[in-house]
Design a protein. Structure first.
Length: 329
């Protein structure tokens, strides 16, 4: 998998470089420099979607067992930072976020269940957001072959998300580990027991329907708020566009990036997406690539400090464990 990730990263980087090389690189750089502090402000706006996602996640934990918004926002920040900058196929961030939240939840199975359910619901909420973007695009009379392909991808996302939720509610993990335990002559008994606990915790999560609906609503709000970053970046790049245009761009870019989750950082895919969607909306390729650069700057401004903060926190945890360990003589 490491080799596959490296190959895809190189291919994506080559695509991105080609896209920039085919356009006016000097013009792109000039636009980004002229936007200056404005792009920094647009990047900081990402704090609002992160808070919304933290509130969504929190609703999947039992009332009275929910960590504060500060803890959940911290975990969400680290989660997005790991997934956004490291070649972990958008899985590593979930593992790190679980490690953070489990310290604040009594039962580890409940922490894991909330995260797994949050992942499944995020697929459905993102698909809904993508459908909103497509509907807006069709409403203003813009269609293309690429957009039709995005629609097909969104249908696939809905199928995947719905299947993910149904499998969780049906206790698929416990059934799978039961079969594997039999195949390995009972050597996976502990894993099977833990899987049953997770299945039970997941069923308890989905049984709280008002919380599930609230989680979905907060997630959808987070996706919509992300369009604010696009609108601000376009404004500072000299493109006065409507909020609806920003919603279309954000919805479809997020859908394309998620579809290319196996490509580290969606390299090349994201840049190509901005060019294609920009062309549909009448945005020239130079501005579209400047907007793609602004999104990459967001990753550096927001996510790189998130990685540093995560490592600093891990060092504190390890040093705390060392200090509390009994001293040998």
């Amino acid at each position: 998998m490491k080799h596959i990730g490296a190959v895809l990263a190189i291919a994506g980087l080559a695509l991105a470089v080609t896209l920039f090389a085919l356009e006016d690189v000097g013009g792109i750089v000039a636009l980004v420099i002229a936007a200056g502090p404005g792009l920094f402000l647009a990047a900081l706006f990402h704090a609002l979607p992160m808070i919304a996602n933290a509130r969504a996640w929190g609703r999947l934990l039992r009332e009275g067992q929910r960590p504060g918004v500060r803890v959940l926002t911290w975990a969400t920040w680290v989660r997005e930072s790991v997934n956004g900058l490291l070649p972990v196929a958008r899985i590593g961030g979930e593992i790190v976020a679980y490690r953070i939240v489990r310290r604040h939840v009594a039962r580890r199975s409940e922490a894991a269940a909330s995260l797994v359910a949050d992942m499944a619901l995020s697929v459905l909420s993102q698909a809904s957001f993508a459908l909103l973007g497509l509907a807006l695009l069709f409403a203003i009379g813009h269609t293309s072959t690429a957009i039709a392909q995005v629609l097909a991808g969104v249908v696939g996302m809905i199928t995947l998300g719905a299947g993910f939720v149904l499998a969780q509610r049906a206790g698929a993990l416990g059934a799978l580990t039961r079969v594997l335990d039999r195949l390995f002559a009972g050597r996976l008994g502990l894993a099977h027991t833990q899987s049953l606990r997770l299945d039970q915790a997941l069923r308890a999560v989905y049984a709280r329907r008002p919380d599930v609906v609230a989680c979905f609503a907060w997630q959808l709000a987070g996706w919509v708020l992300g369009a604010g970053e696009i609108w601000l970046a376009l404004h500072f790049l000299g493109q006065e566009r409507s909020v609806l245009d920003a919603l279309v761009i954000e919805a479809l870019i997020q859908a394309m990036s998620s579809a290319a989750f196996i490509v580290p950082g969606a390299l090349g895919v994201q840049e190509g997406g901005f060019v294609v969607i920009g062309a549909v909306l009448g945005i020239d390729a130079t501005t579209a690539l400047a907007l793609a650069t602004a999104r990459r700057l967001r990753d550096v401004i927001i996510f790189f400090p998130g990685l540093i903060a995560w490592q600093w926190a891990e060092m504190r945890v390890r040093s705390g464990r060392s200090a509390s360990a009994p001293q040998s003589r």
